[in-house]
Design a protein around this ligand. Sequence first.
Ligand code: ATP
Length: 360
Amino acid sequence: MANVELINVNKKYPNGYHAVKNVNLNIANKEFMVFVGPSGCGKTTTLRMIAGLEEVTEGQIFIGDKLVNDVSPKDRNIAMVFQNYALYPHMTVYDNMAFGLKLSKTPKEEIKERIDWASEILGIKELLKRKPKQLSGGQRQRVALGRAIVRKPQVFLMDEPLSNLDAKLRVQMRSELIKLHKDLETTFIYVTHDQTEAMTMGSRICVMNDGEIQQVDDPRVIYNAPANLFVAGFIGAPQMNFFDGTLIEGNSLDVYGIRYELPENLKKAVKEKGKNDSKVIVGIRPEDVYLTDEEGLKSKVEFTELLGSDLNVYFNIDGKQYILRTEHSVNLRMGDYINIKFNEAKLHLFDIETKKSLIY
Ligand code: ATP
């Protein structure tokens, strides 16, 4: 068990590409940290540097109290689970799980004990004699996890381990991984581009973009108080809506002629930042836009999406598409006119220059 600390970590590939920029992050012992961000943002490179599979160009990585920059992967006491499982096809499940332990000269009896323990936790006891090709995708993924668990590492590193599974199995494995993390009481670092996976699994989420950390926090904070426009747009499905707005005397906000009284925390932030009468980018999540019979922003329904309990309504204003989420029982069709308003308590305001949230 160990914490993992990255101090000013940079990665420049030999072709000069600066893939990871000044990353500072302290991942606590036993934490479930999820790196999330769009393709190419540097998540895998960061994970591979922690694993020792990629050299650190600049900066320091500590696992526990030990500086590991020059420590080989096998001596870092970590285990990594990859997207493609990387099981040996000619070996049984048992031998796949035993392989690393045999290499490190673990006594036979202990290997057996650890495999019994891990296969019990993962529910793969009855599969031990099979070869990987005789397993389903979900079973293979469990074996890959088993092979990592038996080594009893200080830190688990996982790179999109569920992306080869179908949607249903992915959801099931998500909760199994959460349980596994609880049972093992070990530090997990998990890479995904899927924000739902990040939100549901992480005790903290590290959102990355273009090689840089954008925000690190509890999933709820990331969702309710995104630090900038990128995080606001990346986390949440469907995406947050963005409108142009104008602040009025630091107390209210105008969006397309509709006035909103700002909640106290925003009034304070606006005044502190000296933005009393500035133009801002207004963020509002689909569930915080509501239909009203009173005065509101008029728009036309482009199409609707029924999701069982909810209805997503796509509407257009000035050629830009927006979305609101309402109850499934609302009867709306393409071409219908709607009046909408925002829930004032849920407004997000971003600086038009820096794209940062005004509350940070
Ligand atoms: P994905 O979700 O697609 O795996 P990622 O966030 O994990 O994306 P990385 O694999 O860390 O991204 O890659 C970060 C950037 O570094 C990308 O732009 C990638 O093209 C680049 N990159 C990765 N490996 C190399 C390499 N060996 N040489 C040069 N550039 C590389």
